[in-house]
Design a protein around this ligand. Sequence first.
Ligand SMILES: [Zn+2]
Length: 238
Amino acid sequence: MDRIEEFVDERQQAWCIHCSRWLAGLETNEDHVPTKSFLSKPRPHNLPSVTICRECNNGFSRDEQYAVTFLSCVLSGTTEPDRQQNASAARALAKSARFRAMIDRAKTEYQTLGGETRVVWQPDVERINRVIIKNARGHAYFEYGEPLMETPSHVWAAPLGTMSASDHADFESVNNCQELAALPEVGSRMMTRVFTGQDLDDGWVVVQDGAYRYAVHQTGVLRVRSVWWEYLATEVKW
Ligand SMILES: [Zn+2]
């Protein structure tokens, strides 16, 4: 990705965007949003990142590992480490039999009336939601310099393939009211993207093709959408 230097970087960021504590005096980390394990190698340079407190950073890493691994298993149809496309998921499954068993329990096979075997994966929704919200806060801060301390009013996720054609089209068209809506604040990274088109595809910031993209939009409510592995669509609103 291109490096876009903006005021968000120079302005003193006083608090952790996740727990609202003052960063002064706390141990901090540069937190990549999304976590690098979502992406495949070679990873793009200049990945979006936000400074957060180390405690939050550590707290999220288990949920992120779960989300990446769960999704990888759904897409490969198995918890077999050797059959994962995602390297981080393969490592986590090979390393811990307990973790693998936990994800295995999320899988239910059943027979249709026609005798076909179908598989349903039931995720730990709370854990997935924590990752969705964490990423959305990070994207909003990285693009707009907007810290969102409150609980979101809406958190949603669904596989793209389960959406109707019109819902899918609505979800994808993040750009259609950009002209009418207030433009992003001058000096925000999103403003630079809107004018230069850097890493921007129809309103979506593409972190890595096929792996992760997101869109932040502000019209009264702040809305963050993301697509993981061109499989899972997510949306958070404040
Ligand atoms: Zn924190």
